[in-house]
Design a binder for this molecule. Structure first.
Ligand code: FAD
Length: 483
């Protein structure tokens, strides 16, 4: 019997993601976006044009077969839709929530040239959530037996490399400096955007596939690259150490009590649960008035935490709203939640009291000029426009560079401005050491970090097959259908 295909209706309006009510948002860290229900998913999939040459697939850095998974949803085969995504990505729950779809697949959606593009991100999330809720039994995974690969850092770049390598039968160990796994997904992105059970479950699946995770190990300090090769007998290493070194503003008063980098502020809260202090060990000082400086995802995350912790919170951004770099959904949610946006202004100095506590911020008004190297209009200070505002907490969210520990401990590892240099194979200046993600790009996005991890896994596979002249492919007869 053939499948019943519901009638397509591209002109139907794009479904809006339901969100948590504002009262709950102000008082809890429950997830804000609630995801499509089944009726909304049905109403959204009929909008897909089922293009012959589906541009969305090529626009996805992981090459997820978006057209096919949407078709499976259309005919009501929800398990099949999930399997289609899982062929390419072990993280539909994570990516369905945090990937900047508007820059990739949704930007390429043909429907978007005339109407709103198909809500591909929300449909991806729907598949992940439906699969999770249906609790389908998972097949046993064959445990890997091939050569050993070490992955440094447990962010999205390493996690997808682990997924690809373990499926090719490599024995994979992930070394993570922190006590929690996931990189920025765990220490940077708040649980109200990415609930930790979703992240942890998708990582746990990698564990069941045979990936080993070792936390509290700083490669370059606890163990060196040399030791990984010579004492622990790894055949290749992937460095995915991310960009966790925050940039400072370089203005007077940065050392005052109450001034944080976004990295420290978010890690204290997301990873150490400082918002529950004194029930937890780690405090964070959030006073009555918080100013977050910057306009990217880190700035939105820090500001939304500031609001949740009861502070009147302002985002100070030196350009205009159109130049904000955060996901559109996060900007809108921050606005809804009452974060104040002060555009075209930048900090000049911070002032404290005699005990070293932050009290005031001096700002200067800006105007927009010609585009700079980022392609956005450059902010130009307006002389004489300085003004002061009272403030108790400042969070600097103006960007970050690569974590330098491993580079410093390994002089043979060539880096430029902290970013590890790789060749077109993804290999660094050290043979069999590959790198990707933010440590190569500087601050980027989850999905581009994943693309790098995937490319590096392919390069490692090629290099090791070449080196050993042997295949390390698993016995495919044993491979589970949903691996
Ligand atoms: C607050 C915030 C919010 C963001 N929100 C989004 C978003 O919504 N959507 C989006 O697409 N992108 C977002 N980004 C960007 C995105 O998270 C990053 O581009 C992505 O996580 C980079 O992945 P990665 O694997 O390269 O590194 P990371 O995620 O940074 O992971 C690197 C890991 O390596 C570990 N490590 C570092 N040095 C060592 C060492 N020497 N030994 C062992 N381990 C080490 C670190 O502890 C860390 O866990 C956000 C970034 C931030 C900071």
């Amino acid at each position: 019997m053939g499948e019943t295909v519901p009638k397509r209706n591209p002109k139907a309006p794009r479904q809006e993601l339901p969100v948590l009510d504002l009262v709950r948002r102000a008082t809890t860290c429950d997830e804000v976006s609630l995801g499509f229900n089944i009726e909304q998913a049905k109403a959204e999939v009929v909008r897909c044009l089922n293009c012959k040459d589906a541009k969305c697939i090529n626009a996805c850095p992981l090459r997820i077969d978006i057209k096919s998974f949407i078709y499976r949803l259309l005919v009501g085969d929800y398990d099949g839709a999930y399997e289609k995504i899982a062929e390419q990505s072990p993280f539909p729950g994570v990516c369905g929530r945090v990937c900047q779809h508007e820059l990739f697949c949704e930007d390429a959606c043909l429907l978007g040239t005339k109407l709103d593009p198909v809500a591909i991100g929300s449909l991806e999330r729907f598949c992940a959530d439906h699969n999770r809720e249906s609790a389908r039994p998972e097949a046993e995974y064959p445990q890997p037996t091939g050569p050993k690969v070490a992955l440094v850092g447990s962010g999205p770049a390493s996690l997808i490399a682990a997924f690809d390598l373990v499926r090719k039968n490599y024995r994979v160990s992930v070394f993570e400096a922190l006590h929690g796994l996931g990189g920025v997904l765990a220490y940077g992105i708040p649980p109200f955007r990415l609930p930790r059970d979703i992240l942890n479950e998708e990582i746990a699946r990698l564990q069941r596939m045979g990936v080993e995770f070792i936390t509290n190990v700083i490669v370059g300090k606890t163990v060196t690259l040399d030791e990984l090769f010579n004492e622990e007998a790894f055949d290749a290493v992937f460095v995915g150490t991310g960009a966790g070194l925050p940039w400072l503003m370089g203005i007077p008063g940065e050392n005052l009590i109450g001034v944080y980098t976004a990295n420290e502020f978010l890690t204290r809260i997301n990873l150490m649960h400082a918002h529950e202090f004194p029930k937890t060990d780690t405090p964070v000082r959030v006073g009555a008035r918080t100013v977050v400086v910057g306009g990217g995802n880190s700035a939105m995350d820090a500001a939304r935490w500031g609001k949740r912790m009861g502070s009147q919170t302002t985002i100070l951004f030196r350009r205009g709203r159109a130049e904000l770099k955060a996901r559109l959904e996060e900007i809108e949610h921050a606005e809804e939640e009452g974060v104040i946006f002060e555009y075209l202004a930048a900090p000049v100095a911070l002032y404290g009291d005699q005990d070293g506590f932050l009290r005031e911020m001096e700002c200067i008004r800006m105007k927009l000029g010609e585009p700079d190297s980022s392609g956005r209009p450059s902010p130009i200070p307006i002389p004489g426009s300085e003004y002061r505002i009272p403030v108790d907490t400042v969070v600097m969210a103006i960007g970050q560079g690569p974590n330098p520990t491993l580079q410093r401990a390994t002089p043979q590892l060539i880096a430029k401005k902290g970013k590890i240099v790789i060749d077109e194979q993804g290999q660094t200046s050290i043979p069999m050491v590959f790198a990707g993600g933010d440590v190569v790009r500087g601050g980027s996005t989850v999905i581009l970090a994943m693309r790098d991890g995937r490319a590096a896994a392919e390069a490692i596979d090629r290099a090791l097959k070449g080196a050993q002249g042997a295949t390390c492919e698993p016995d495919l007869d044993q491979a589970p259908a949903n691996a």
